[in-house]
Ligand binder design. Sequence first.
Ligand code: GLY
Length: 401
Amino acid sequence: MKNTIWTGLGLGLSLWVIVGCKPVRPTHDFLADNIKFAANQYKAQMEELEKSDKICIPRTVKPDGNMQYASIGWDWTAGFYPGSLWYLYNLTEEEYWKSLAEKYTEALEKMQYNTSHHDVGFIIGCSYMNGIRMGGEEKYKPVVVQAAKSLSTRFRPVAGVIQSWNTQKGWQSERGWKCPVIIDNMMNLELLFEATRLSGDSTFYNIAVSHADKTLKNHFRKDGSSYHVVDYDPETGEVRSRSTAQGYADESAWARGQAWVIYGYTMCYRYTHNPAYLKQAERTYNFIFTHTNMPEDLVPYWDYDALNIPNEPRDVSSAAITASALYELSSATRYAGYKETADLIMASLASSAYRAELGDNQGFLLMHSVGSIPHGNEIDVPLNYADYYFLEALKRKRDME
Ligand code: GLY
């Protein structure tokens, strides 16, 4: 039954290509064309950045059209830009990118001690961890281990989860949460798995597995979709509520949250070989790719249940994260249909509907992402993490082929 559904879906997507609907399958020079575009676009952006004597990390474009930089002190998105530089180094093999990747990575050194939110995993993972993988930077290993120690301070042992956000200040303090865990947190587990591999200390691995298992138990609906926020009682471990912060409604399916699931559980399978993780990634894949509100070009609206579909913003970041995840899911399951879907998403993202013109878009690669509509932040803009996962997907596609 399982294979019938997914094979059927794969055939359905192939049929779109045959009958000529969008998206079309990438051509043989797809990789070369996109790598060349990305390098040229980021080179022009970098020339602007390097005019400053400060280190500025692009995050998005403000409503007035100017660049919004990430705060190097705390911003969850700060690691994506150095990560993109590591991918450009890997994809082009040009030394030019290596020295810049080092410079922008090392600007985040203090972040390894950040214990104020769970995003140290994204920040240090995308920068330093990629520097070890793609730049051979042995000296970055202690930074990754220290960042894992910082993240582990947020582990709440009775509940068995890592607390995502603090609740004393800001808008989070108005929600009545005690120990909020957001589905995005699955992404931060990669740092813990890697820290165990680098240090031999299994504490990090055990925390990651505990978090992934509790999330598996408490974050999902019967249809395979994920809640955004699950609040735990850290003293009893009970679930206090299930809600949203960035989605349309508590019971809706926020698009990026579903992308984090597919990516996060596929990544957890890589380190554990637990088939339950792979099954969850496949269930959520099945949920989104059979959803009546998934557009033909496979770039989702910001929430699958948003009220005014089709007149709602798309979220390109969700599509890029999903494409990257599906290349890995395809290798893990040996099911080619996932790669076919990833290729179709990538063809859409590389089309003029979503990929910027050279020199436009403040130097970002992709247009039309969404940060948080309920907060009125970053609506229909470029985002550094959409670019990061697009580049990662290019690398994964190239490595598979
Ligand atoms: N992790 C924050 C977000 O996905 O918006």
